[in-house]
Design a protein around this ligand. Structure first.
Ligand SMILES: [Zn+2]
Length: 235
């Protein structure tokens, strides 16, 4: 049975360790006030995925790429900005330094990453989400910062999503009700709420989402994680 370790670093930051031991970071703002992981402790990474250029998502992506030699995955304009500002070599940015765009996919070390749309704002290029198909077929959808949209249903149908990471905090993203309906549309085996609690103006706990999910998507498994907690997902 394939096992994937998923660690929530609070906000939208996740560390994924694949069955084969590859480490992926998504939106690694690991210096957020709730994250127990510190940059010094990050020694190894295969890929770093950034959904858009806001500080709470780029976080320490550049530092992690530079210290581990990981591949940075970002949209074309964000990739260009980060490359230019921080002198990241082309070979450490997806597609030979170009970055990618919505609908495109990337195969890297046996892992497929598909860039999806997200409805939000960004100073460089369009914000996005990612569908990540690991070596063993385990499929994870990280929605980025977004409101709800109907294509989430199509993502579920096309890719057979096992784990969905959805923002629930409101103000800048979906609230609990929209995220609960999104869960129903995506129909994953497990949903992990994210993008809450970190700022005082956001929803402060996962309870509202659990309640809404019970109503909108009865039977759906929800993992409300503590910052730094790791779960093992078995495919
Ligand atoms: Zn955000």
């Amino acid at each position: 049975m394939a096992e994937t370790k998923i660690r929530w670093l609070a906000h939208s930051a996740f560390q994924i360790i694949t069955e084969q031991g590859k480490i992926i970071y998504i939106d690694p703002w690991i210096e957020n006030p709730l994250s127990p992981l510190k940059l010094d402790e990050v020694k190894e990474a295969a890929m770093v995925l950034v959904t858009h250029d806001h500080f709470d998502h780029v976080g320490q992506a550049v530092e992690i790429v530079k210290k581990t030699g990981a591949l940075l995955v970002a949209n074309v304009e964000t990739a260009r900005r980060l490359k230019g500002e921080f002198q990241i070599p082309d070979e450490n940015v997806c597609y030979f330094g170009y970055g990618m765009n919505i609908g495109g996919n990337l195969l890297y070390e046996g892992i497929t990453v598909i860039m999806t749309q997200a409805f939000h704002s960004s100073e460089t290029g369009a914000p996005c989400g990612y569908i990540i198909k690991l070596e063993d077929g385990t499929t994870i959808y990280h929605a980025g910062d977004t409101g709800i949209f109907d294509s989430m249903k199509t993502f579920g149908e096309l890719y057979g999503i096992d784990v969905a990471m959805l923002p629930v905090g409101s103000v800048f993203t979906m609230d609990a009700l929209q995220a609960a309906r999104a869960s129903k549309m995506i129909s994953p085996r497990l949903v992990i709420p994210m993008h809450y609690k970190t700022f005082p103006i956001l929803l402060q706990d996962g309870k509202a989402f659990v309640d809404m999910a019970a109503r909108e998507a009865p039977g759906l498994e929800v993992a409300v994680m503590n910052p730094g907690e790791e779960i093992v997902f078995k495919k």
